[in-house]
Design a binder for this molecule. Sequence first.
Ligand code: PLP
Length: 449
Amino acid sequence: QPTLDTDKEQILHDNLDHTLFSWSKQTGLNPISAERAEGVYLWDRDGKRYIDFSSQLMNVNIGHGDQRITEAVAAQMRELSYVYPGMITKARGDLGRMLNDITPANLTKAFFTLGGAEAIENAVKLARIYTGRHKIVSLYQSFHGASYGAISVGGDPRKFAVDSQAMPGTVHVENPYFYRCPWYSATPEECAQRAAEAMERIIGYENPGSVAAIILEGESGTSGCIKYPPGYWTRIREICDKHGILLIADEVMSGFGRTGKWFGSDHHGVKVDLMCMAKGITAGYLPLGAVMVDEAIAKSFDDKPLPLGLTYSAHPVSCAAAVATLEVYHEDRLLENTVEMGHYLDQQVAELIARHPSIGDWRNTGLFGCLELVKNRQTKEPMAPWNAAPDQMAVMNQVAAKIRELGMYTFVRWNYIFIAPPLCINKKELDEGLAIISEALTIADKHTN
Ligand code: PLP
């Protein structure tokens, strides 16, 4: 006989016995059993409170439990919960106009999807159709989603499981990763220059006339917040212009205020032809993604059919959630808060760096930061390597366990600890989180030499 659904053991068993958890071995899992959340905090079913230092998957940008979204969603559902994407709705139009307002002027129209990977799939499709070319160039240390096309475009090792069936036509190049620049470079600018030269060389070898698009994350996310050095985007845009290649910005993680501007690519002042977005568009309250397209691309479908479609494209309730979310960004001045808190975070992390020899590098824009842990600051030997095997994760796993024990949820991957809290965070909450990280870092410090 099933017991009450409030029974935490029952909930745990139903979850573990009858559902699959992403990217994990299914045995030995010990997930947090989440019960409620508000602002920057969430509580588990034992009443333990966690400060959310990665906005879940860098998406709950406005913070948890915002009743303005609940009200907007409920109102939309009462009025009209669904119509097929061939119909007009107020929420869809409002959202299209609001996105047009916050994206660069050349991006005029949005095609709505359910999430980030679908936005990438549709951007790739559009780029290929528009250019009549097929290759997509991207960075090795990048992630663009888990569907077949998106995972193939990304370089993240999560794609190894399906490598043999990857989407054809993807080309990968090295990142302009200044802390570990693959080319000799004394300055970030030099690393950017070398990386762009390497990109252009590879495009030359690949036949520039076959390349439809270059895709870059607006700011690097799950690969470790590998910030683009100054000049990189400008050089990439020049390469695109020279060879008739489109530039796609994947703003799925870096968009919607995360970096203190609406989009990560806004920091680099270059025109992009397509922009993919998801996550922060609804701050996770409902699933939604979009690909915004340049006016010329949009117009190319004035007289021929757009070959894209999804049953839930422009879902009215998701669109209503996004409209309400965008209003929150404006009303609560979240971009301004992100800039201010980002500066404060940088100052406070400087003190952590002084105290903890295990911090090799700190990379942050706004509230999109990663601590990179090393065994030795001179050699930069990572505390756990890229794509670390389980036995190479021993120290980082202890650090992550300590973070959780002390009442924080954040994203810890290989030798990176993410600091990307909801954009509504204040100084006191940042201090509280950093104190937890500091205590956990003492474990890593013991493994430095
Ligand atoms: N693009 C980037 C940069 C991402 O970080 C992610 C997810 O983390 C995606 C795309 C995929 O988005 P989704 O998980 O909504 O499909």
